[in-house]
Design a protein around this ligand. Structure first.
Ligand code: MN
Ligand code: MN
Length: 280
């Protein structure tokens, strides 16, 4: 497949959202975007990727001009943060770009998906996560990083929510999943995507604690028994048509030798590839 001619309008925007005010246990995710970028642009690697669809030579993001890194959004904190995220993402979508956001904690996904309203019909969200993040409220905060998908489903921002990697579903969260018709993919079926009959458009939200701590120890809520980096990549490659994505919850203060940042950077590179050649 030939790439479309290069144009002055980049089609994918990478946007950092350095906020961890909605984290429930440990701060640190606000440092995530900088750590991912340090790995992404490190001379220890390059920007060649594996995503199929760009011909035998593959896709070299270093030579590809249809994406741009917008840097980090300047966030005011408090109530204003969500509105600022929503406005910034909406601005990119209005310009015709797809958006890949770097968290930040998982609270960012709710305003990101609000921004996507009106830019799709019948959205399916695929969430890779150890946690359902479906609490109605957590520690008194309805916008906690433990709650974004309750807000998303209440507002009807997606038609389907499919969760992969879940291994901490509590009774209140199971009730919420039932209430909203959330599909929690059972263990043993995490890579059985064909059975899900997923249809585009798809938004992929990757909480790095969905990965096993062996691959991604640098998160605030490590939970053993998760996906390998390779399994997460398989999901990235096999989803049929991406509208947008985020990679969240990297906590560099808990990382070991930058291994989690490296995993996040790899996921970001392949997501950029999918958004360029495997998108809608
Ligand atoms: Mn999680
Ligand atoms: Mn999460």
């Amino acid at each position: 497949m030939d790439l479309a001619p290069r144009s002055s309008t980049p089609s994918v925007s990478l946007l950092g959202l350095p906020t961890d005010e909605a984290s429930s246990f440990a701060r640190g995710a606000a440092e995530g975007p900088a750590a991912i970028r340090a790995a992404l642009y490190s001379d220890s690697s390059n920007l060649g990727i594996e995503t199929e669809g760009a011909g035998e030579a593959g896709l070299d993001l270093g030579a590809e001009e249809r994406w741009r890194d917008l840097g980090d959004l300047d966030l005011s904190g408090g109530e204003a943060t969500r509105a600022e995220i929503e406005a910034a993402v909406a601005e990119q979508l209005d310009q015709g770009a797809r958006v890949l956001c770097l968290g930040g904690d998982h609270s960012i996904t709710y305003p990101i998906l609000r921004a996507h309203r009106g830019h799709h019909k019948g959205l399916t969200i695929v969430q890779i996560d150890a946690h359902p993040d479906l609490y109605d409220s957590f520690e008194g905060d309805r916008f906690s990083h433990a709650c974004p998908f309750a807000r998303v489903m209440e507002e009807g921002l997606a038609e389907r929510l499919v969760q992969i990697g879940i291994r901490t579903a509590t009774e209140p969260q199971r009730r919420q999943a039932e209430r909203f018709g959330v599909e929690i993919v059972s263990r043993g079926s995490w890579l059985d995507l064909d059975a899900l009959a997923l249809e585009p458009p798809i938004y992929l939200s990757i909480d790095l604690d969905g990965l096993d701590p062996a691959f991604a120890p640098g998160v605030s809520h490590p939970e053993a028994g998760g996906l390998s980096t390779r399994e997460a990549l398989e999901i990235v490659w096999r989803l049929p048509g991406l509208l947008g994505a985020d990679v969240v919850e990297l906590n560099p203060s808990r990382d070991l030798s930058g291994i989690t940042a490296a995993a996040a950077s790899k996921l970001v590179k392949e997501l950029l590839g999918r958004l360029l050649v495997g998108a809608l």
